[in-house]
Design a protein around this ligand. Structure first.
Ligand code: C2O
Length: 593
């Protein structure tokens, strides 16, 4: 087993944990911060892998061969405590059995993002601060801020006026004010473009997409943004509107964002997607008549939210301190891929080099619509909880932390565990009908059709496979005809290991028990199991090859297709757009997604 005993510390003397960006080492990804050195560092990759394999699993506390790791982990934490002077780490140090390795961003080494050659340099890091406060809950006896659907608030002229005024004020703050609109947009850029490294692991990036930290990071981000807007207009009840793309009345770009000359307007959006065009949650970069979108959109919502019963399916794979963000151990949850990523790509301006603003992660938050898109993403988490589904119960997740400036310009450290209840954060959502909870997709081919014309694919393809055309392959199942209890305990999961280039927008669809007619299957068909979607990052000459674990829970789908007693299934991949996708493996396993 890999051990962390290669690690040694040569700590730099650090008086303040934060210093201005001008004094920071130049390039984030390539500079070496001399805090943790690896004696055996002839190969950075293997160094990281060592850390990975340790960080990935949480061994039982009593396991004796973990003593080394525990000892070293404690050193790491003590090192952090020293550097950070953080009281929040004390628990881990006192309790040697707490093997927690929650993520934390290192503001001290925040560096420039990777940007297109020749682009105007953008500094995404926030202004420096000499202090960091631990989060304190807002006063609990105030009325809740109620987030309402954007199509509804459009009729409330008083609200719209306030919202515009708040954004106008935010845009007119001095450039270096952390509450300034561009600074707020850069918060997203920094957390998604490798500006931050992980505390204790200076060679490892902190990335808030592609894993289980996606939902909580964005919840916190909006929390502070919303409170800043409220404080700028002196209205603590101010709440962001949500883009209700899951419901037929909310599927257009909300009217409040389309009025030119409004501070809520942004020029860089897809000109073909203006109202009354309905959002296509299965957008393949082709615009067709959108009247049929409603059914497909609702079926997608059913599949991605209602059917994603397990926390790991819904939230994504674990991402713990010491892990590389771009490996097959990490992967997005259902909702992040679809519809979240699709709505980004659908909204961005296709004539821009990177479909800015919404269609690229570095620029997305420059469009005020971003925050309404994410208010709905955030609402989906609350709705998912309302179906009586439990959040992740893993201290590495719960104790992962982020840094944000608040409405008083104080830098605040927040933990995921403190954002699980929106009411404790002072807000809630106005209930709206959820027409997708009974929009379950139906099999395209009937049982009889399947008997009359059985599938012809009988072999598995060889991996790795460049995904350039429609491919079908047989995938064996580890178990069949399982009992109800067994199904409740373990989700049958289709696991696709994907290599792609983060610079590019990518989409491919996954069909089960469909083959040559694959192109006819749509999300209203049960055979359509899901899609892998990447929002483009940015055009740059530096390649951003990324591995990821794309998992789809298929227990219920196989029952609906009448395939539960079969030894194997046929999996068909349908590339829709984006080059450079390599499928490294496809398998089915029984795990919690
Ligand atoms: Cu951080 Cu919608 O992405």
């Amino acid at each position: 087993m890999a051990s962390m005993s290669h690690l040694s510390f040569s700590r730099t003397t650090t008086t303040s944990p934060f210093f201005p960006p001008s004094q920071k080492p130049t390039n984030s990804k390539r500079h070496q911060v001399p805090k943790v050195t690896c004696k055996n560092n002839n190969n950075n990759g293997s160094h990281n892998n060592h850390l990975n394999s340790n960080a990935e699993k949480q061994p039982p506390p009593s396991s004796s061969n973990n003593n080394n790791i525990l000892g070293n982990r404690r050193d790491v934490l003590i090192g952090l405590g020293g550097l950070y002077g953080s009281s929040t780490l004390t628990n881990n140090i006192i309790n040697p059995f707490a093997f927690a390795a929650p993520l934390a961003p290192d503001l001290k080494t925040c560096g420039p993002p990777t940007l297109p050659a020749g682009a105007k340099p953008t500094k995404c890091c926030p202004p420096p601060s000499t202090t960091v406060k631990d989060f304190v809950f807002p006063q609990q006896n105030l009325p809740l801020r109620i987030r309402k659907p954007a199509q509804l608030v459009a009729n409330d002229s008083e609200y719209v006026a306030k919202y515009k005024e708040a954004i106008r004020l935010m845009k007119s703050l001095p450039e270096d004010d952390p509450r300034n609109f561009t600074q707020q947009a850069n918060v997203h850029c920094a957390y998604c473009h490798n500006s931050y490294h992980q505390v204790g692991f200076p060679n490892l990036d902190l990335q808030v997409h592609f894993s289980w930290i996606f939902f909580p990071f964005h919840r916190w981000y909006l929390y502070f943004y919303e409170r800043m807007l409220g404080s700028l207009i002196n209205d603590p009840s101010f709440a962001l509107p949500y883009w209700n793309w899951d419901s037929p009345d909310g599927m257009e770009i909300p009217a409040i964002f389309t009025e030119r000359n409004s501070p809520l307007y942004n020029e860089l959006r897809n000109a073909n997607h203006q109202p009354p065009t309905l959002v296509d949650l299965n957008w393949n970069k082709k615009d067709v008549d959108t009247s049929g979108n409603v059914d497909a959109n609702l079926a997608i919502m059913y599949r991605q939210v209602y059917e994603a019963r397990r926390a790991r399916c819904f939230f994504g794979k674990p991402f713990r301190a010491g892990q590389e963000p771009y490996t097959v151990k990490v992967g997005s949850g259902t909702l992040e891929l679809v519809p979240h990523n699709v709505v980004h790509s659908w909204t961005g301006d296709i004539t821009q080099p990177n479909t800015e603003n919404m269609g690229a992660l570095y620029s997305a938050a420059r469009d005020p619509i971003f925050y309404s898109h994410h208010a709905n993403v955030d609402r989906m988490w609350s709705i998912w909880n309302s179906f009586n589904r439990k959040d992740i119960d893993d201290s590495d997740w719960l104790d992962s932390s982020f840094l944000f400036y608040d409405e008083n310009k104080d830098l605040v450290r927040v933990k995921i565990r403190d954002c699980l209840d929106t009411k404790k954060l002072g807000y809630d959502f106005l209930d709206q009908p959820l027409p997708w909870t009974n929009a379950k997709p139906k099999p395209r081919r009937t049982k009889i059709e399947r008997v009359v014309k059985p599938l012809t694919v009988t072999k598995s393809v060889q991996f790795p496979l460049k995904l350039e055309k429609i491919v079908s392959t047989v995938v064996n199942r580890p178990a069949k005809s399982r009992s109800k209890e067994d199904k409740e305990e373990k989700e049958e999961t289709l696991v696709i290991e994907v290599e792609f280039d983060r610079r590019r927008g990518v989409k491919f669809d996954v069909l089960i028990n469909e083959e040559e007619d694959a192109k006819f299957a749509t999300p209203v068909n049960r055979e359509f199991a899901g899609s892998f979607v990447n929002v483009s990052h940015v055009q740059t000459s530096i390649s951003m090859i990324t591995d990821t674990n794309f998992s789809i829970g298929i227990t219920e789908l196989l029952e609906d297709l009448g395939a539960d007693d079969d030894d194997s299934v046929v999996v068909t991949l349908v590339p829709q757009y984006g080059e450079g996708v390599v499928i490294k493996d496809i398998k089915i396993d029984l795990e919690t997604c």
